[in-house]
Design a protein around this ligand. Structure first.
Ligand code: SF4
Ligand code: SF4
Length: 401
C-alpha cells in the first residue's frame, strides 16, 4: 500500500530539474529558497537513497517543509509523484532518525481512540481553565496550538448511533467513516452528514470502534501504524456488512482511497452521492453569498471539484468563485504545527481571495482547511462562518437540531 523510497527509484531518477514544479509550490512561493522547492526534495530523496547524504534532523526538517498538496505532482511534465517521494522519505527518516514526540503522538496516542479522547479532554480542560490562553500570551506554547479553536464539549461519537435508519423507504446502505478531526472539532458536520443521508433514504452505518484513517501517521513517517489502521478499519466495516463507505472529510477520503479501497471497499464521494440522491428535489435556498475553497485532498488528490459546487448551487442564493480556489490554504494537516509562520503566509493569500468575493459564508469539505481558514479569518477579525456544504444542505432540507 505505502511505497518505500527504493520502490520509487524509477520516478525520482526521471527528474530533469526543469523547475516547473517550483512555479506551483505554495511553500516555495513564500520561502523563496531553492531548498524549499519540490525538485530539491526529489534530489534530496535521491541522495538519501543512494547514501550520498546521511539521514539527519536537518534533512527531516527540510522534508517537513511540504504540505503534500500535490500541486507539483499535477504540474510535473515527467509525471513524478513528488508527494509520494516526500512521504516515503519521511518514513525512512522516521526509522533512521526517530523523533520520540512524533512516535508518541502519531503512533502511540493517535492510533488508540481512548487515549486520543483523553488527550482531547485534557486539552479542552486546559482551554476551559484558561491555561492554553495564558501559555500562549506568555509565549510558552507554540502559536499553532490556537489553530483548533475552542474544542466543543461533546464529540460526535457520543450522539451518533452505530446504525441510523433511513427515513421512508431505504434506497441504500452506506458506511460512514467518522474521522478524528470531524469527531472532536466539528461534531455538527457529522450530525448533518448522518441526518442528511438518512433524510435522503440511506441507512447509515457508523462502526463504533473505528480508528483514525491513517493520514496523520503517513504524513509523519509512521507508515506501519497507518497500514495497521487501514486493516483495522476495513475489518470494522466488513463485520457490519458494509461495502460502500462515504465520509465528509476530504483528507480521510483521500487516505481511504489509497488504503481500504484496496481491500475491496468502495469509497464514495459525499457530494456526488448527495447530488444523485437529490435529483429532482427542490430545496429551500439560503439567502447568502457563498464561496468555496477546494481542499487539496479532494481537488488534487481525487479530482473532485464539480460535486461540491453543484451541491452548493442547490442550496445557496448566490455563489461567487474565489480567485485561486484550488490553491492550498497552508494547513496541510500537521504542516502548520511544524511551520507555523510559512503556513500563515500561505493562509494570508487565501484570506485575501475570500475577502475579494465579498462572501458571507465560506464552504469547504475538509476539517483541516476549515480549522485553518477559521483561524485566518478570526486573526483578521472577520466574522465569516466556515461551513461544510452538508451543513448548508441540512438547512436547505429544513433539518433542525
Ligand atoms: S517538474 Fe518534475 S521533472 Fe521538473 S524539476 Fe519538478 S519534479 Fe523534476
Ligand atoms: S506537495 Fe505541495 S508543498 Fe509539497 S513540494 Fe509539492 S507543491 Fe510544494
Amino acid at each position: 500500500m505505502f511505497e518505500e523510497l527504493p520502490e520509487l527509484k524509477d520516478h525520482y531518477l526521471r527528474c530533469v530539474r526543469c523547475g516547473q514544479c517550483r512555479s506551483v509550490c505554495p511553500v516555495f512561493e513564500v520561502v523563496r529558497n531553492e531548498t524549499a522547492t519540490p525538485r530539491a526534495k526529489v534530489f534530496l530523496a535521491h541522495m538519501l537513497a543512494s547514501g550520498e547524504v546521511k539521514a539527519s534532523a536537518g534533512v527531516a526538517a527540510q522534508m517537513s517543509r511540504c504540505l503534500l498538496c500535490q500541486a507539483c505532482t499535477k504540474e510535473c511534465p515527467s509525471a513524478i509523484p513528488v508527494h509520494k517521494i516526500v512521504t516515503a522519505t519521511r518514513s525512512l527518516l522516521a526509522r533512521e532518525v526517530p523523533s520520540s514526540l512524533q512516535r508518541i503522538i502519531f503512533k502511540e496516542i493517535w492510533t488508540r481512540p481512548r487515549l486520543l479522547q483523553l488527550s482531547a479532554g485534557l486539552f479542552r480542560g486546559c482551554q476551559n481553565l484558561g491555561l492554553t490562553g495564558l501559555g500562549n500570551s506568555l509565549g510558552l506554547l507554540p502559536p499553532a496550538l490556537n489553530l483548533p479553536g475552542k474544542l466543543p464539549s461533546r464529540q460526535a461519537r457520543s450522539f451518533i448511533q452505530e446504525i441510523t435508519k433511513a427515513e421512508g423507504t431505504p434506497k441504500m446502505r452506506v458506511g460512514y467513516f467518522l474521522g478524528c478531526a470531524t469527531n472532536f472539532l466539528f461534531p455538527a458536520v457529522a450530525r448533518s452528514t448522518v441526518a442528511v443521508l438518512a433524510r435522503l433514504g440511506c441507512e447509515v452505518v457508523t462502526p463504533a470502534e473505528l480508528k483514525c484513517c491513517g493520514l496523520p501517521q503517513e504524513e509523519n513517517g509512521q507508515t506501519e501504524a497507518a497500514e495497521a489502521l487501514a486493516n483495522f478499519n476495513s475489518a470494522a466495516f466488513q463485520r457490519l456488512g458494509v461495502e460502500a463507505v462515504v465520509t465528509d472529510c476530504a483528507s480521510c477520503s483521500a487516505a481511504l482511497r489509497e488504503s481500504i479501497a484496496l481491500k475491496g471497499m468502495e469509497i464514495l464521494d459525499l457530494s456526488e452521492l448527495l447530488n444523485d440522491l437529490l435529483t429532482g428535489r427542490h430545496l429551500q435556498k439560503i439567502n447568502k453569498v457563498i464561496t468555496y475553497h477546494d481542499p487539496c485532498h479532494l481537488a488534487k488528490a481525487q479530482g473532485i471539484t464539480a460535486g461540491p459546487r453543484e451541491l452548493l448551487g442547490r442550496t445557496c442564493g448566490e455563489f461567487r468563485e474565489m480567485p485561486g480556489a484550488n490553491n492550498c490554504c497552508g494547513g496541510g494537516g500537521s504542516f502548520s504545527f511544524y511551520n507555523y509562520d510559512t503556513s500563515m503566509s500561505i493562509l494570508d493569500k487565501k484570506i485575501s481571495s475570500i475577502k475579494e468575493t465579498g462572501a458571507e459564508v465560506v464552504a469547504t469539505c475538509c476539517p483541516s482547511c476549515t480549522m485553518q481558514i477559521r483561524h485566518g479569518l478570526s486573526k483578521q477579525g472577520l466574522l465569516i462562518p466556515v461551513l461544510h456544504p452538508v451543513e448548508l444542505l441540512a438547512q436547505g432540507l429544513g433539518i433542525g437540531f
